[in-house]
Design a protein around this ligand. Structure first.
Ligand code: NZQ
Ligand code: ZN
Length: 386
């Protein structure tokens, strides 16, 4: 096992009716900025619960944080904070609202010039941030219990990730009933994103880490079992609860302790979203199956373990077990309603070179757990995904 630090200070309030408990988690005299997206929280009653729970606190609203939050929109919230002496942020929504709020929290106190520098330095230059909490309505990203965020600068079509220990939510409310209104597309996206998060931390090479491996396999098996049930019975509380906790546990730092991490699929996926507006999870479903096929040799030991322990594939040659496991995973993405080929999103061979150029301009020249995913390998992966 590799050396590691594990630090996660986020207080989780899990379960039905827990939005009311933010009353205790936010200072009574806080001047709160309530941040949300395109309005789903007004249609499903979450907004009303939040307002009731905030009681007499001073509340300013900032609406309109879009999926794949943009720097341009987020900087408007920074202005609102400065004008209103806001001292606490409350993000209500999916990963985009929570990520956007993390950037805003850091940007509002940033002293190094234009806050886009936070993204360029991937958060290494963040020394403080406003305190914030979150109310999660879409299980997928794990943003509710980690210190990372992804922000897009639309004017230059750049989607970059940052993280900082100052950007953990103080608390996050996970009420599974808030997810009943998710459209089918977002249920599928959420399960696939969480699945791929586990794979980025698990499917590398063995370092004798059975605790992390068994946790990861448990999360994958739960997503495989529960995901289709959420599509079939949208208001099954236990299914939603299991999916919600699974997605949080998939990216809260626990399963990455002491193990190598890949993230090449995410890096290529971010370019696909930035250039073509494809949903985050859809990009992962396109890239990961081909990524594993192209890098089969370097990942062979873990692929065989994945085949046996996650898919129960024990018969046949090594190659056939590996191939079947990858196909079963791809079928699962499709079963969750997430298409897995570039052509499903109307992209073709001509679209590959601009993606490679974007990776190059973002210095993604050698990625993956062994830094052996060169631009040529990324090109092979995309060609195999056509
Ligand atoms: O904007 P509203 O109206 O709220 O609608 C949203 C949005 O249109 C809707 N939605 C959310 N909860 C709902 C709901 N609709 C009905 N009922 C509900 N309960 O869903 C749509 C998508 O929301 P979004 O927040 O964009 O989705 P997601 O949670 O998948 O977040 C995606 C973003 O997170 C980043 C991605 O890159 C992308 O920008 N990621 C963040 C990570 C992190 N912080 O650790 C890791 C991930 O790998 C990922 O990169
Ligand atoms: Zn992701």
């Amino acid at each position: 096992m590799l050396n590691f630090d594990f630090y996660n200070p986020t207080h989780i309030l899990f379960g039905k009716g827990r939005i009311a408990d933010i009353h205790q988690a936010i200072p009574a005299d806080a001047k709160v900025l309530l941040l949300y997206g395109g309005g789903s929280i007004k249609q499903n009653g979450v907004f009303d619960q939040v307002i009731a729970a905030l009681g007499n606190r001073s509340i300013t609203e900032f609406a309109g944080i879009e999926p794949n939050p943009s720097y341009e929109t987020l900087m408007k919230a920074v202005d609102v904070i400065k004008q209103g002496n806001i001292d606490f942020l409350l993000a209500v929504g999916g990963g985009s609202v929570i990520d956007g709020t993390k950037f805003i929290a850091a940007a509002a106190l940033f002293e190094g010039g234009d806050p886009w520098a936070i993204m360029e330095k991937h958060g290494r230059n963040v020394t403080k941030a406003l305190p914030f909490g979150s109310i999660l309505t879409l299980p997928a990203t794990g943003s509710e219990m980690n210190d990372g965020g992804v922000v897009t600068r639309q004017s230059i079509k750049a989607k970059l990730a940052f993280s900082s220990r100052h950007c953990f939510p103080k608390f996050s409310v996970l009420d599974p009933t808030t997810t009943y209104t998710l459209p089918v597309r977002q249920i599928g996206n959420g399960a696939v994103d969480a699945f791929v998060h586990v794979m980025e931390q698990y499917l590398t090479y063995p370092v004798n880490s059975p605790v992390q491996d068994r946790f990861a396999e448990g999360l994958l098996k739960t997503l495989i079992e529960e995901g289709p049930k959420a599509l079939a019975n949208p208001e099954d509380y236990d299914v939603r609860a299991n999916l919600m906790w699974c997605a949080t546990m998939a990216l809260n730092g626990l399963i990455s302790t002491g193990v190598p991490q890949d993230w090449a699929t995410h890096m290529i996926g971010h370019e696909l979203t930035a250039l073509h507006g494809i949903d985050h999870a859809q990009t992962l479903a396109i890239v990961l199956p081909s990524m594993l096929r192209v890098r089969k040799e370097g990942k062979r030991a873990k692929l065989l373990q994945f085949a046996e322990r996650v898919w129960d594939i024990r018969e046949g040659s090594e190659d056939s077990r590996v191939d079947s496991a990858i196909s079963r995973m791809q079928d699962y993405f499709e079963q969750m309603g997430v298409k897995t080929r570039l052509s499903d999103y109307k992209l073709g061979a001509d679209d590959i070179s601009p993606i490679i150029a974007a990776l190059e301009s973002h210095r993604m020249l050698t990625i993956g757990e062994k830094r052996d995913v060169t631009l040529d390998v990324s090109r092979q992966v995309l060609e195999l995904s056509l």
